[in-house]
Design a protein around this ligand. Structure first.
Ligand code: NAP
Length: 276
């Protein structure tokens, strides 16, 4: 079985470490190959992988949206999110999936989204998967805090029939009220990601409801400044490692029909992260 990940650039990708580790357990002869595909070559790459009989491939930046036009079918989650990160080749018929929703939900541990007041920071690519996961699990209200409210309103409009969603500039005083009522606060911005570890979203965590669960999608460093401050204030916290591992485990399941050894994938990922 041949698998791949396509993106541009591709050197940064962490997926090969965990997919190869998971494959070695159950499909020792399988290959998982990172391939650098510049934007102009996307259609050739997709056709090539299909015709070479690859069982499937992951898709990363900048191809997650553009790849959709070259597929035979796109799963409903991926359609709503507007991005595909996993493609399965069934005898020449390509289907696209987005496994970030499953990954995000796995990272919630025991937090129950249903009827919660959720607050998100950022409105980029990852935010679309988070927003759809929160809508799917029927959050009562989703408040999005951003630096550019006009831009984020477009995201909220795309999801307006799927949940109760509002957008704020994150320095707006009304946003502080949302923080004080939040059951969960999620950072989907890259603020605080290595090497800029002294950054964090410009919000005052002391305004946050004391029982709120604080989740940062970033996985390097293990604890961002945002998470360290939240932890100091007594909040339960989670980083992005589980999301990363479980989105990969779901890709594995889609390709192979078998559940991956998640612990093996997590260990491989943590090893790889420690080398960065
Ligand atoms: P993206 O599409 O570039 O979106 C980033 C968002 O953050 C946008 O809303 C952007 O605002 C905002 N932002 C960026 N820099 C900012 C700054 N200096 N000040 C204020 N706002 C800023 O990125 P993404 O793909 O969504 O990824 C975001 C983060 O999530 C990254 O750290 C990534 O590693 C992480 N992530 C983790 C996982 C996981 O599996 N754990 C999966 C996906 C992503 P504008 O729109 O105004 O530019």
């Amino acid at each position: 079985m041949n698998l791949a990940i396509i993106g541009h650039p591709i050197g940064h990708t962490l997926s090969p470490a965990m997919q190869k580790a998971a494959l070695a357990e159950k499909f020792p002869t399988a290959e998982y190959i990172p391939i650098d595909i510049p934007p102009g070559k996307l259609v050739v790459a997709v056709e090539g992988l299909k015709n070479l009989g690859f069982r499937g491939f992951n898709v990363t930046i900048p191809h997650k949206t553009n790849v959709m036009q070259f597929l035979d079918e796109v799963d409903p989650d991926a359609k709503i999110i507007g991005a595909v990160n996993t493609v399965v080749n069934n005898g020449g018929r390509l289907t696209g999936y987005n496994t970030d929703v499953i990954g995000f939900l796995a990272g919630l541990e025991n937090f129950n989204v249903t009827d919660s007041n959720a607050v998100m920071l950022g409105a980029g690519g990852a935010a679309r998967a988070v927003l759809w996961a929160l809508c799917k699990r029927k959050a009562k209200r989703i408040s999005i805090g951003v630096r550019n409210a006009l831009k984020a309103q477009k995201l909220a409009d795309d999801f307006k029939d799927l949940g109760t969603i509002e957008v704020f500039h994150w320095e707006d005083q009304n946003f502080d009220d949302r923080l004080s009522e939040a059951d969960i606060l999620i950072n989907t911005t890259p603020l605080g990601m290595s090497p800029h570890i002294d950054n964090m979203p410009p919000i005052d965590l002391r305004k946050l409801n004391q029982t709120a669960f604080v989740y940062d999608l970033i996985y390097t460093p293990e604890k961002t400044k945002f998470l360290l401050e939240a932890e100091k204030l007594g909040h339960k916290i989670a980083n992005g490692v589980e999301m990363l591992v479980f989105q990969g485990a779901e890709s594995f399941r889609l390709w192979t029909g078998e559940y991956a050894e998640v612990e093996v994938m997590r260990r491989a990922m943590i090893d790889r992260l420690s080398q960065l």
